[in-house]
Design a binder for this molecule. Sequence first.
Ligand code: SF4
Length: 506
Amino acid sequence: MTPSEPAQEAAGAAVAVDATRIPVTSVPAVAEGASCHGGAAEMSRAAAAAGKSDVLDLYAKDYPAGPHDQPQSMCPAFGSLRVGLRMRRTATVLSGSACCVYGLTFTSHFYGARRTVGYVPFDSETLVTGKLFEDIREAVFKLADPENNDAVVIINLCVPTASGVPLELLPKEINGVRIIGIDVPGFGVPTHAEAKDVLAGAMLRYARNEAERGPVAEPSQGRSARPSVALVGEMFPVDAVGIGRLLEPLGLAAGPVVPTREWRELYAALDCAAAAMIHPFYAASCREFQAAGRPCVGSAPVGYEGTAAWLESIADTLNVPREKLDAARNVILPAIRGVFANSPINARITLSGYEGSELLVARVLVESGADLRYVGTACGRTRWSDIDREWLESRGVIVRYRASLEDDLAAMREFKPDLAIGTTPVVQKAKELAIPSLYFTNLISARPLMGAAGAGSLAQVINAALKNRERFVEMREFFEGVGAADTAGVWEHAPLAAPRAAGGAV
Ligand code: SF4
């Protein structure tokens, strides 16, 4: 393989756009003040009227809603922003309301982005006259410096999407730098997890088109001599290495993790023999692998049974001889069983999160011996988690997709767990009830999950947390009567009911 030429063709229709001329595109105004706190239906209607219905229809298909349209979660665009910020030599720019950008920037740096978040501000006038699009275009040209960047990503947030700001009219490539514009509105993409797929899928599509046109750059560490399995879903780094070890006896290698950390890894990912949908919500990414003729495989090598089943589906998909599969399983599986035997979990647990790996964690907990009653995930149901859902349901675990905070809290009240694993508000409520609890994102997601390493590491953190019960009870007793709900914090008195509600004078 040789490095690609600056792909003239890549610009496609955009090459026809004169780089010195800025097209002025009038866009319809969207209701000001509409945000994630209300007005979603109105914004969806506005976006459709402004020509974004194809994008919204695709999102509705890729990330199906229901039973709740949108679980309570952070701004979805954070997922795309995070994927962009983690890519080397990639500039990521937001186009949206200042308050949204403030929150997204804050969250990015809270999670250690260490990259600049680009921002093209707007006001009512620049939005309505189309000047916002000109400003975005100007920013893109400034950032398209091949010395510094391989790609520039522009993310339309809610208001620019609802106003139809036409990122598709941006040049597809400037000076050899790829330009990728995506709409990531909170009223179209349900969770930040699925927003990661929006950008990962867009980049895979771009890279696939490049690879279809001619030679592309090979991975910086060279190509594996063995057929590879691309790993779809952000995971703890040790897990990617661990999966590589599981694949080795099958004569396979672990390919890049998608979302990737640099552009050329996208080609290597597409060059795989199969894609493992470790996180099951990457619908757009899967579509690109399938378009490149690569089969996708669901679930992941978690626990004893999960690892056995996953190795078998990989072997079936890639025609690995049965003897090779049996030999691999004979080496790998007893080790996992040994870890479970040495580090059991003896507790009733409820589990919820918004990362998309909740069902995998649930499987490890059940195999560790935990009495798991409920698993809620903010992500939608896809075929890639069917195996895990069926496995869990056959063991009496309630699985709830697009779970709301109310679902998670109701499960905690109903099952009275010894430990609640969940999102921040779930953990907060558990503390009030003196139930030991763990944050899914910070404490569970940030640990190995696959193979033997996963079995051992979860038991360690969970058994340590279970020992906190006495401390929680003591703390609750200590703080009893200090103030709760409306009288929490600095508020000493419960607020008066609204005069109208109380029947008083207005
Ligand atoms: S961009 Fe995010 S924070 Fe802003 S209105 Fe949309 S969902 Fe809310």
